[in-house]
Write a protein that binds this ligand. Structure first.
Ligand code: AMP
Ligand code: ZN
Length: 114
């Protein structure tokens, strides 16, 4: 999508601090980190949110979680644990309309979220 900020990052039109990449998935540091480790994992294909996953594109969720598994180990947060979050829609607080999973770690996280 031409006006999507995460598509622009995928297409190298906007720089990012890349953490991981394969043919389906890109991961980069969140520009406004909420934890010592705060990484965003996105499908390279534009999918608006969890609600736009369908029979044709849903296999990317496996690619994303394979990437999360690797990134957690690469980032050294696998031993102490971390959180994976996909904010969705208005109540979920989604601000970027391109499916993304936050990986948050490096400190103890509160539950429930505010
Ligand atoms: P959400 O609020 O769940 O939609 O998450 C969007 C996230 O994208 C926020 O945590 C932002 O800090 C992050 N973000 C927005 N623009 C960029 C960017 N250019 N590079 C890295 N992270 C970004
Ligand atoms: Zn996009």
């Amino acid at each position: 999508m031409s006006n999507c900020i995460f598509c622009k990052i995928v297409n190298d039109e906007i720089p990012c601090s890349k953490v991981y990449e394969d043919d389906k998935v890109l991961a980069f540091k969140d520009i406004n980190p909420e934890a010592p480790v705060h990484i965003l994992v996105v499908p390279k294909q534009h999918i608006q949110s969890v609600l736009d996953l369908d029979e044709k594109n849903k296999s990317v969720t496996v690619d994303i979680f394979d990437a999360i598994n690797k990134i957690a180990k690469l980032s050294g947060i696998d031993e102490d644990g971390f959180r994976v979050v996909a904010n969705t829609g208005i109540n979920g607080g989604q601000t970027v309309g391109h499916l993304h999973y936050h990986i948050l770690g490096g400190r103890s996280l509160q539950w429930p979220p505010g």
